[in-house]
Design a protein around this ligand. Structure first.
Ligand code: FMN
Length: 166
């Protein structure tokens, strides 16, 4: 067992693929789990989590997370750190871009330390509840319109997380 667990939920495969990229960038120091099939027992002992979700509906959490997030939030999370990434489509869903990360944030923000906030630079969208005082509460990724920026965004983000997950 490593000390970083990447937990993802993905409906069409984009969040899954991004989760695997995140795992690669942690150089073998992170384990990866699909929340569709994970048990709390498998993940409860990790001190650091990366939560990845795609956005569905209008700003909603990915379906598999809907079932798993309440259980995750009920674990003993004292002293743990969590970073969140969310997939979204900034063109077709410009007024709810990547808002699923806000759903995760609201559920756990009083229980864990949220890390991995990102400056709101280089994104084009109209509004998102996941931006608080000009800063994203996690990392937005847009595979539909800006897939060419994903690797660079992930590299920068994971480098910043390495300073938190030690
Ligand atoms: C029915 C549906 C609703 C969506 N709603 C949103 C939304 O509200 N905000 C957003 O940023 N993206 C939204 N998206 C875009 C997806 O989040 C995006 O395509 C993502 O890459 C899908 O990831 P996945 O393949 O891991 O499920 C929606 C996509 C679908 C199919």
């Amino acid at each position: 067992m490593n000390n970083i667990a990447i937990l993802y939920g993905s409906s069409g495969g984009n969040a899954a693929s991004v989760a695997r990229q995140v795992q690669d960038l942690f150089d073998g120091k992170a384990d990866i789990f699909n929340v569709l099939e994970v048990t709390l027992d498998e993940i409860k002992d990790y001190p650091y989590y990366v939560i990845g979700t795609s956005t569905t509906g209008i700003g909603d959490l990915q379906d598999d997370w809907e079932g798993f997030l309440p259980s995750f939030a009920r674990m003993d999370l004292a002293g743990k750190k969590v970073a969140i990434f969310a997939l979204g489509d900034s063109a077709s869903y410009s007024t709810s871009f990547a808002e699923s990360m806000k759903v995760v944030y609201d559920e756990i923000k009083d229980k864990v330390r949220i890390v991995g906030q990102v400056a709101d630079e280089g994104y084009t969208y109209d509004s998102s509840t996941a931006v608080i005082e000009g800063t994203w509460i996690g990392l937005p990724i847009d595979e539909d319109n800006e897939y060419d920026l994903t690797q660079e965004r992930l590299e920068k983000w994971v480098e910043s997380l390495k300073n938190e997950f030690i």
